[in-house]
Design a protein around this ligand. Structure first.
Ligand code: GAP
Length: 498
C-alpha cells in the first residue's frame, strides 16, 4: 500500500485533501492523472451498464434531499456504527473493527489481548498473548487465541480488555452508536427544522425519483435506474487510503423486478455481470471472491446479499455489494410520501410495488482495486541492453489515464517534430494522449510506464524518409513493431474503445 500511495502522490494521481494545512483525515483529492483514471472508470461503467443496455435509465439526483427521505429510508434512526473510545489516548475505534481474545494458559484466563482490524491481526494477537504469558512468568500451555470483535464482548469482560492504544485494561468505553450521516442546515433559519443531510448513499435519490421515471419514461419491468454520484459518511475510522473515506463516490443501480420473479436467478445473474465487468476493466478474476451474508446477519429488508470481495493490499475486503432489497424502500416512501409506488406490469397484467436488486459499487474502491492490480515492479532491458527494475502500472487501455505517448526520436530535428506534432494533434482529438520530446527515449518510455500509458509511438527517420510507418511499443511486453498510421488508429480504437 505504501508503494501505491507514494506513486499516487509522486505522479499526481491522489493527494491528501488540504495537505498544505496538514491534511484532513478521510478526504482525498484527485490530481491530473487521478481524475482521468476516475473519469474513465465512471465512463466505462456508465457505457456498459446504462448506454449499452436497453433496460436501464440514468439519473443524477441532488446530494441534499428532503430530510423526510432519510426518515423514510431508516437512515435517520438507524444509520450508525458501534463506536468505543479509549479514555486515556482519546482514540476512537469502530467496535466491529476492534478485536479481542482471552489469553488462556492451561485453561486459566490470565488476561486479554486486543488488536485493531488488520491483515495480520491473528499473528499480532498471538504475539501479544505469548508476551503476556512470558511477562507474567506463567508456566503451561498457551491456549488458542480466538479473536472476536468488540460488539460480541460481554459487559463483564470490558474491565479486562485492554485498549489497543495503551495496552491497559479498562480504559475502553462501552460501545455506543455513532451516527454516520453528515448534518447541515438549509435556509435562513438555523433551528432544528433546517436540519438536512448529505446523502450517505445515492440509492435513495433513485427511489425518490422512481415514480418520475416510471411516469415519464417508457420503462417496463424488469428495468433499472442507475446513478453515479458523491456520498458522504462520517466514518469513525477512515483508513487504508481511499478504501474507506468520508467523502466518496458510488455507482449504484436499483433494478426493479416483479415480486413473483425468480429473484435468486436474477441475483446470480447480477453477481456474474458485475464480476465480468470488473474483469473487463483489468481486475484479475482470481482476485475476486464472493462473500455471501449469512441469513441471520441480513438487514431486515434484505432477502440476500453477496459482496464481491477483492484482494486489496490491506486484505480481502468488500468492493461491490449486490443486495436483494425486496420492496422495503419503495413501500417506505409510499407510506411516508403518500404517493403510490405501484407499477402496472403489462405482461403479467397486474399492479404491484416492485422488488429491487441493488448492485452498489464505490468509484474510489474500484480505483484502488485497479491501482493495486496494475501496480507491478518488473525487470526490463534499458537502451543499452542492461536489465533494470521498472515500476509499471499495467492498466487496461480502456481505463488508462493516458492512452498513448507520442515521441519524436530527437527534439532538435524539426522534420521529426513536425510529423510527431501532427500525429499528436490528430490522436488528441479522440483520446487523452501525451507528447514528450525531452530526454533519452528509454527514459521517456519509463516515465510513461510508471503512469500506465499502454502505448508508446515513436517517430523516427524511417517514418520521414521511408514508408511513413511509426514504432508502436507495448508497455507490458516492451515489444516494438512498425505500423502505418491507419493501422495505428485502428489498433488504438480496438484497444481503447473496445
Ligand atoms: N446503497 C447501498 C450501499 O450504500 P454500502 O455497502 O454501504 O451499500 C456500497 O456501500 C459500496 O460503496 C461499497 O461496496 C463500497 O464500494 C462503497 N463504499 C461504502 N462506504 C465507503 C467509504 N466510506 N469509502 C469508500 N467507499 C465506500
Amino acid at each position: 500500500m505504501e508503494d501505491i500511495v507514494g506513486l499516487c502522490k509522486r505522479r499526481g494521481f491522489i493527494f491528501q485533501s488540504s495537505e498544505i494545512y496538514g491534511g484532513y483525515n478521510g478526504f482525498y483529492d484527485y490530481g491530473p492523472l487521478g481524475v482521468e483514471l476516475r473519469n474513465n472508470i465512471k465512463q466505462a461503467w456508465w457505457r456498459d451498464f446504462v448506454q449499452r443496455r436497453d433496460d436501464m435509465e440514468g439519473l443524477d439526483s441532488t446530494i441534499i434531499m428532503h430530510p423526510k427521505i432519510w426518515k423514510a429510508s431508516g437512515h435517520v434512526d438507524g444509520f450508525s456504527d458501534p463506536m468505543v473510545d479509549c479514555k486515556e489516548s482519546k482514540l476512537r475505534y469502530r467496535a466491529d473493527q476492534l478485536f479481542f481474545a482471552p489469553v488462556n494458559v492451561d485453561g486459566e484466563t490470565i488476561g486479554y489481548v486486543s488488536v485493531v482490524e488488520c491483515i495480520d491481526q491473528q499473528e499480532v494477537a498471538e504475539k501479544a498473548a505469548a508476551e503476556m504469558k512470558r511477562k507474567m512468568a506463567k508456566q503451561g500451555e498457551l491456549g488458542p487465541i480466538v479473536l472476536k470483535d468488540y460488539t460480541e464482548s460481554k459487559p463483564e469482560e470490558h474491565a479486562f480488555i485492554p485498549s489497543p492504544a495503551t495496552g491497559k485494561p479498562g480504559s475502553l468505553t462501552e460501545p455506543r452508536e455513532f451516527k454516520l450521516m453528515f448534518e447541515t442546515k438549509v435556509g435562513p433559519l438555523a433551528d432544528d427544522s433546517a436540519v438536512a443531510y448529505l446523502r450517505p448513499e445515492t440509492a435513495q435519490g433513485i427511489f425518490a425519483n422512481y415514480k418520475n421515471i416510471v411516469d415519464t419514461g417508457r420503462v417496463k419491468i424488469p428495468f433499472g435506474i442507475a446513478q453515479i454520484g458523491k456520498a458522504f459518511r462520517n466514518e469513525i475510522t477512515p483508513r487504508n487510503f481511499i478504501f474507506r473515506s468520508r467523502e466518496f463516490e458510488q455507482m449504484e443501480i436499483e433494478y426493479f423486478i416483479s415480486p413473483n420473479a425468480d429473484w435468486k436467478a436474477l441475483h446470480r445473474e447480477w453477481i456474474d455481470t458485475c464480476t465480468n465487468w470488473l474483469v473487463s476493466i483489468g481486475l484479475p478474476r482470481e482476485g475476486i471472491t464472493e462473500d455471501i451474508h449469512p441469513e441471520d446477519k441480513l438487514a431486515f429488508y434484505s432477502r440476500a446479499t453477496t459482496d464481491l470481495m477483492f484482494k486489496f493490499p490491506h486484505g480481502e475486503q468488500e468492493l461491490w455489494g449486490v443486495a436483494c432489497r425486496s420492496d422495503y424502500d419503495l413501500k417506505q416512501h409510499q407510506e411516508h410520501s403518500g404517493k403510490s409506488m405501484t407499477i402496472f406490469d403489462e405482461e403479467a397484467k397486474e399492479k404491484y410495488v416492485p422488488h429491487v436488486i441493488e448492485p452498489s459499487l464505490g468509484v474510489d474502491r474500484t480505483l484502488l482495486a485497479v491501482l493495486s492490480a496494475a501496480y507491478t515492479v518488473d525487470e526490463v532491458p534499458n537502451d543499452k541492453g542492461k536489465v533494470e527494475k521498472r515500476t509499471v502500472l499495467k492498466f487496461n487501455p480502456k481505463i488508462a489515464p493516458v492512452k498513448a505517448a507520442i515521441f519524436p526520436l530527437l527534439k532538435n530535428k524539426p522534420e521529426l517534430v513536425e510529423v510527431a506534432q501532427k500525429l499528436y494533434k490528430k490522436l488528441q482529438r479522440r483520446w487523452n494522449v501525451f507528447y514528450d520530446a525531452s530526454g533519452a527515449i528509454g527514459r521517456r518510455y519509463r516515465r510513461q510506464d510508471e503512469i500506465g500509458t499502454p502505448f508508446g509511438i515513436t517517430i523516427d527517420f524511417d517514418t520521414i524518409e521511408k514508408d511513413g510507418t511509426v514504432t508502436l511499443r507495448d508497455r507490458d511486453t516492451c515489444e516494438q513493431r512498425r505500423v502505418t498510421e491507419d493501422e495505428l488508429v485502428k489498433f488504438l480504437e480496438e484497444q481503447i474503445d473496445g
